[in-house]
Design a protein around this ligand. Structure first.
Ligand code: BES
Ligand code: MN
Ligand code: ZN
Length: 491
């Protein structure tokens, strides 16, 4: 699908269908010339169908030769107000427009948002791409496609910049979605390593990949322990982006459990169903690294992925095992299904060696994060107020909610072990906080924030989906990270 800008007027443009995104209230006023060209039929159709641009509502009209486009679809945005809420309403309505258009076999769609300011165009572009996303790598038949979308309203440089940025952010998000939606027999730890090397080649990044032999030499006993239940060798993947005259050094790290069966503490069939999504943190990191050069991010960014399968077998780690992480700390495995934090123990020990200005990790870490916040926000925890605030703001700009949970001293006490330095699980209450408290032991005092994306990374239940967040992987975190590393106001 190609998205372009156009100077054409809505009543003059020639597409298979024209989508008009409307705020609730003052509808006739907003339509202007288009309403006159259609000789009042728009108002009549609205009255007949009770369409007042309520959120997600659509109204299709046939234009009978009165304008060049044979069909018009009005899409409601509700009354979102200003700022971030309006940007999210634009994403959502743009997604509704492309999905409607595709269902109606439209190939060329025009999109018009009356009075759209240029800096809001990016949200429309994101919505178009995020809403048209489908994972179809394994579909053997062709689904109807939308060929092109023209956004009306002008082609000035500010709009062109907003278009390009929206495209980069959305494409990166969809790259992450593909990695998570792909089946776990395809996306193995070795496959993630191969993809990371390919990204490095294509984008001029540096790549280093550590397999089991090197991990042993490095003392990375934690990720190795998780990997022992699988034939697939674990991989610690490091990508580095180094712009000239870098401002800060930032590490982004992702949990890359390509399948989480739970290990010997085996999950139920139902619990395991969506566990190919357990590499969503890693996918967000790789997708983000991939577009840093395009966005001219001014910081040195190191992306680290701990890639491993959590399966079970005669060599698998057992409850009671004690393993040693790369920073020397010992971990008592009290539950093999709390494997994410064990993987991150080594990944973040490695991250801390850079003495970075910030570490941000993303992980589908706990069911508790879902219990706390549902499918509607990621939990954020960390040791640095300013960093947490920055990330929450970047998330708001992306329409990705981050809600802070407290990292009390008591949670850090809860993950201490009687026989080792730490234990990897500690009772069910406050689980997201205990997970974060465990991870905190490995950042060596670096400013650090942890995003528990268990609820928001993969939507396969009846809940949580939205027009721009279809079933399956969401790519959550990519746009937050990119807004944080390359703020829109500086672009
Ligand atoms: N990958 C899961 C967390 C998860 C659950 C993500 C549901 C997405 C949806 C993680 O490895 C896990 O199993 N966590 C356990 C930890 C517990 C054993 C301390 C959990 O949350 O139940
Ligand atoms: Mn698990
Ligand atoms: Zn897991």
């Amino acid at each position: 699908m190609r998205v372009s800008l156009s100077n054409a007027r809505p009543e003059q443009v020639s597409c298979d269908a024209l989508a008009v995104l409307l705020d609730e209230g003052n509808l006739a006023g907003a339509l202007g010339e288009l309403d006159r060209a259609l000789e009042g039929w728009v108002g009549e159709a609205m009255r007949l169908s009770g369409f007042e641009a309520q959120r997600d509502r659509v109204l299709w009209l046939f234009t009978h030769g009165k304008i060049p486009s044979p069909r018009v679809v009005l899409v409601g945005m509700g009354s979102p107000g200003d700022g971030y809420a309006r940007a999210e309403a634009l994403r959502r309505a743009a997604a509704v427009a492309v999905r409607e258009a595709r269902a109606q076999r439209v190939r060329r769609l025009g999109v018009w948002v009356p009075q759209l300011p240029p800096q809001a165009l990016g949200a429309v572009v994101e919505g178009l791409y995020l809403g048209s996303y489908r994972y179809e790598a394994y579909k053997t038949f062709e689904e109807p496609q939308l060929d092109g979308v023209q956004i009306l309203g002008g082609t000035d440089p500010e709009r062109r910049r907003a278009l390009r940025r929206g495209q980069l952010l959305a494409e990166a998000t969809c790259f992450a979605r593909d990695l998570v939606n792909a089946p776990p027999n395809e996306v193995t730890p070795l496959a993630l390593a191969r993809i990371a090397r390919q990204i490095a080649r294509e984008r001029g990044l540096e790549a280093r990949v550590y397999g089991p032999a090197q991990l042993r030499r490095m003392g990375a006993g934690a990720i190795l322990a998780v990997g022992r239940g699988s034939r697939q060798p674990p991989q610690l993947i490091v990508l580095e982006y180094r712009p000239p005259r870098a401002r800060r050094t930032v590490v982004i790290a992702g949990k890359g459990v390509t399948f989480d069966a739970g290990g010997l503490d085996l999950k139920t069939a139902e619990g395991m169903e969506t566990m190919k999504s357990d590499c969503a943190g890693a996918a967000a990191v790789l997708a983000t690294m991939r577009v840093l050069p395009d966005l001219r991010v001014p910081h040195r960014v190191v992306g680290i992925v701990g890639a491993v399968e959590n399966l079970l077998g005669e060599s698998a780690m057992k409850p009671g095992d004690i393993v040693r992480a790369m920073n020397g700390k010992t971990i008592e495995i009290t539950n093999t299904d709390a494997e994410g934090r064990v993987v991150l123990a080594d990944a973040l020990s490695y991250a801390a060696r850079y003495r970075p200005d910030a570490i941000v990790d993303l992980a589908t870490l706990t069911g508790s994060a879902i219990v706390a916040l549902g499918y509607y926000a990621a939990a954020i925890l960390g040791n640095d107020r300013a960093l947490i605030r920055e990330l929450i703001r970047a998330g708001e700009a992306a329409g990705e909610r981050l809600w802070e949970l407290p990292l009390y001293e008591e949670f850090r006490e809860a993950v201490r072990s009687e026989v080792a330095d730490l234990r990897n699980s500690a009772g069910r209450y406050g689980g997201a906080q205990k997970g974060a408290a465990f991870i905190a032991e490995f950042v060596a005092g670096s400013p650090w924030a942890h995003l528990d994306i268990a609820g928001v990374a993969f939507l396969d239940k009846s809940e949580g989906q939205a027009p721009h967040l279809p079933k399956g992987a969401t790519g959550f975190g990519v746009r937050t990270l990119l807004n944080w590393l390359a703020p829109p106001e500086e672009a």
